[in-house]
Design a protein around this ligand. Structure first.
Ligand SMILES: [Zn+2]
Length: 487
């Protein structure tokens, strides 16, 4: 496996929003009228133990790009079992999340709720028609065009080079699934394991992707989504984001170079694009696509492992770059956090790191009680590494710190971070009482603006705790790689 980085244009501005002490800085203006798009002001959120009436801003503004995809997926898979996660706060009819195609942020700030069906008579929260696009509609057209056909042939040719695969069937093999049947774009088997390849060409909706994935899984067939190199400019489309953000930021493409490699090596190769953070002053941290050729070991990796490895690689890349550009800085700050000493002792280190990654200054961070959060995250890491008797004690510390954090002046603004960590780390989830969870939900729904502090402070939290960086920072790169087209 060789690695070659695509030349990526630097973004004209900081891809993750400008740094700086001003709170308003995190709310970059999105194109279109946010007030108009968010016609639905409150939703009934049924994700928790009990449905809660929530202000829409409190639900959406704090969603990272990764969260937004995860919530969309969760809504669709629940919907398939008859469960509706969000309803309109005025008329109680089902709503769905859309994002404005003109929004560049890719996170919850550009998202809004709209009625899943026609707005019921009597509900005044109507989203104007011209603002309803989810971004999928703009690619309507010939589903089975010539490029699609060429890609399938190119993929089948690549598979044919590898004797571990059976003869690929292009558009020929029907698979009986439940009452229906599906015909994968390319069907083959690898050492006896049936595999379907589907070519994702930007037009498929998340619902289609989810349904196909579930159908193949039920039939015991591995499914691999492949895109094409000349569709890369469309990777910013929400359907694509949904696909790769759920796979640890990774997506496969087939192109002339991958076909060539398959032929030379007699092993199937695809191009894998994976999100990578890039630390570069004055752009702070931005995302770019890393490109490499991968073989069946990676192509057929189980989805969960692929996702976890992608997140780990993202975190490792960030940690490596910080170590190279600012050796020792994060360790120094971390040891001050651990000792409980005055943060002003590391003011110089803090400001150097903040400048490099685009983080908030120390004064603003202390004002927002970030040090308290960093101490909690260190306790979480200790719990995660603890064993035996130590583990019980570490768990109590995590629970006590979380309770103190929630009860603090800024608690409301940190609830999303606590909830995310609890979701991501089972040991933390086990320590949080249902009382605390209820309290967090109430805080979120309480009157007064909710500031998503995890988003405001995402750069410093990621630098000091890279395992959270994929969640906080991963998103579609702004600048697209120039890429070779298929011949
Ligand atoms: Zn309504």
């Amino acid at each position: 496996m060789t690695t070659s980085n695509i030349t990526t244009k630097l973004p004209a501005t900081d891809a993750n929003g400008p740094p700086g002490p001003h709170r308003s800085g995190s709310h970059r203006a999105v194109v279109g009228n946010r007030k108009t798009r968010r016609a639905i002001k409150k939703v009934i959120d049924a994700r928790g133990a009990e449905p809660v009436l929530m202000p829409v801003d409190a639900v959406l503004d704090g969603l990272t790009a990764v969260d937004l995809s995860a919530v969309r997926r969760q809504m669709i898979s629940k919907r398939a079992t008859g469960v509706i996660l969000f309803r309109c706060g005025q008329c109680n009819s089902p709503v769905q999340i859309s994002s404005s195609p003109s929004s560049s942020t890719g996170d919850g700030r550009g998202a809004f709720f709209k009625h899943a069906y026609r707005t019921p008579d009597g509900c005044t929260w109507h989203t104007p028609e011209n603002l309803r696009s989810t971004g999928a509609g703009q690619f309507n057209g010939n589903q089975e065009g010539e490029p699609h056909r060429r890609l399938k042939i190119c993929l089948a040719d690549s598979i044919r080079c590898d004797s571990d695969f059976s003869e690929p069937l292009v558009d020929k093999h029907f698979i009986r699934i439940g009452d229906g049947r599906r015909r994968p774009d390319v069907f083959t088997s690898y050492k006896g394991q049936p595999i379907a390849f589907e070519l994702q060409l930007a037009r498929l909706t998340l619902k289609t992707i989810n349904n196909r994935t579930a159908a193949y899984r039920a039939a015991g067939i591995a499914l691999v989504w492949v895109t094409s190199a000349h569709e890369l400019s469309l990777l910013n489309n929400q359907a694509f984001r949904d696909l790769y953000l759920a796979s640890g930021g990774r997506i496969f493409a087939v192109d002339a170079a991958s076909c060539g490699r398959s032929e030379e090596s007699s092993v199937l190769h695809l191009r894998e694009l994976s999100l990578e953070p890039c630390v570069q002053h004055p752009f702070s941290i931005y995302n770019r696509w890393r490109s490499r050729m991968v073989n069946p070991e990676v192509i057929l990796m189980p989805e969960g492992q692929r996702h976890a490895e992608g997140q780990r690689a993202y975190a490792a890349a960030l940690a490596d770059q910080l170590q190279a550009k600012a050796p020792g800085l994060t360790e120094k700050i971390a040891s001050t956090v651990a000792s409980g000493a005055d943060f002003n002792l590391v003011a110089a280190e803090w400001s150097a790191l903040a400048k490099l990654v685009g983080g908030r200054d120390l004064r603003q961070s202390i004002q927002d009680e970030l040090p308290r959060v960093l101490r909690w995250l260190q306790a979480v890491e200790r719990l995660n590494n603890a064993t035996g008797q130590e583990r019980a004690v570490a768990g109590e510390v995590v629970a006590a710190c979380a309770a103190a954090l929630v009860a603090s002046r800024t608690g409301k603004h940190w609830t999303s971070l606590i909830e995310h960590v609890a979701d991501a780390v089972p040991a933390v989830s086990a320590t949080l009482s249902s009382e605390l969870r209820t309290k967090m939900t109430r805080l979120k729904a309480s009157p007064g603006k909710l500031h998503p502090f995890h988003a405001y402070h995402r750069h410093m939290i990621s630098a000091l705790h890279p395992w959270l960086s994929f969640w906080l920072l991963a998103k579609a790169p702004n600048g697209m790689a120039s890429h070779q087209r298929l011949p």
